[in-house]
Design a protein around this ligand. Structure first.
Ligand SMILES: [Zn+2]
Ligand SMILES: [Zn+2]
Length: 298
């Protein structure tokens, strides 16, 4: 793997590249305290996709023909040490993903995952190792919210046998490109709908906390029943957008590259997120946006 900075790149890109090189070898926890509540962005590892996946609207079989790969992107998990119970949003992938037998029995989806993405998670960047650094035992986590069931979001599920795991009901019944063979044997999530009145562009969602400050909203497109999580604080709303888009810049531009269950619906979702950001002070945090950790502190 060549880690040298390419010549003639924009300084910001060079900075990103430097961060990527560093990040591949280091775990990264970023913590912000808001209203006395600690929120952590945890870099669980790194993923990269073929260029055609990240920068074009070609379908999976054309994407597979592209021999070139984009830069590594972070895989973020988010932890909110909420007074009603610690919340983990997405569980990343685990160090197991480097073993060839990891998605054995995964069928066609397993094969596609193996050929569309490269994942780099080591023993120290694994979510469990980083929760240990924070002094958070997985058994003390009350809720694990999955934005969707893709490997790089659900891979670390096995660490949370005692948590209430929240998955959108329809996402579980009709998952899109998920590798079922990685489910832990005990996996029996709480299947939620989005039936509570939450106002704003999403209209309905699932209010998680008694305080009403953590809300799950439908953000379909990437998968048919993808969901996002909003944490409302006195300073800003933290919008954990999962894979609704690769980067925040897509919300601004409305460009929807990559492989989506429904590109048209994905574009409508981005429009709703954009509207939400217009209506309220919002920090929008897609799971693979390198700049999410910069935006996290704004
Ligand atoms: Zn995904
Ligand atoms: Zn993802």
């Amino acid at each position: 793997m060549n880690h040298s900075t390419p010549v003639g790149v924009h300084p910001e890109e060079a900075l990103n590249h430097a961060l990527l090189v560093r990040g591949l070898n280091e775990h990264g926890i970023y913590t912000r305290v808001v209203d006395g509540i600690r929120i952590h962005a945890i870099t669980c590892g790194w993923v990269k996709y073929r260029n055609a996946h990240v920068h074009s609207i070609l379908g999976p079989y054309f994407v597979l023909l592209d021999p070139t790969w984009d830069d590594w992107m972070p895989i973020y998990s988010w932890v909110i040490e909420h007074p009603e119970g610690t919340i983990v949003i997405d569980t990343g992938e685990t160090a197991r993903s480097s073993r060839p037998e990891h998605i054995k029995g995964g069928g066609m989806n397993g094969w596609l995952n193996q050929h569309l993405a490269r994942i780099n998670v080591n023993e120290t960047s694994d979510l469990l190792a980083q929760l240990n650094l924070l002094g958070i035992h997985p058994d003390t986590v009350r809720w694990v919210i999955l934005t969707h069931l893709h490997l790089d979001h659900a891979g670390g599920l096995g660490y949370f046998p005692k948590a209430e795991i929240l998955v959108a009901h329809k996402e579980f019944v009709r998952p899109y490109a998920f590798v079922e063979s990685i489910y832990p044997s005990w996996f029996d999530p709480h299947l939620i709908g989005h039936f509570d009145d939450v106002g704003g562009p999403f209209e309905s969602g699932h209010v998680l906390t008694k305080a009403g400050d953590v809300v799950i909203v439908p953000t379909p497109g990437h998968t048919p029943y993808h969901q996002s999580v909003i944490f409302k604080t006195s300073q800003a709303d933290f919008f954990f957008a999962g894979d609704a888009c690769f980067t925040y810049s897509q919300i601004v531009s409305g460009f929807v590259p990559g492989i989506n269950a429904d590109r048209h619906v994905a574009r409508q979702t981005l429009e709703k997120i954009k509207q939400y950001c217009r209506e309220r002070p919002t920090i929008c945090l897609p799971s693979h946006d390198l700049k999410s950790t910069q935006r996290f502190f704004n």
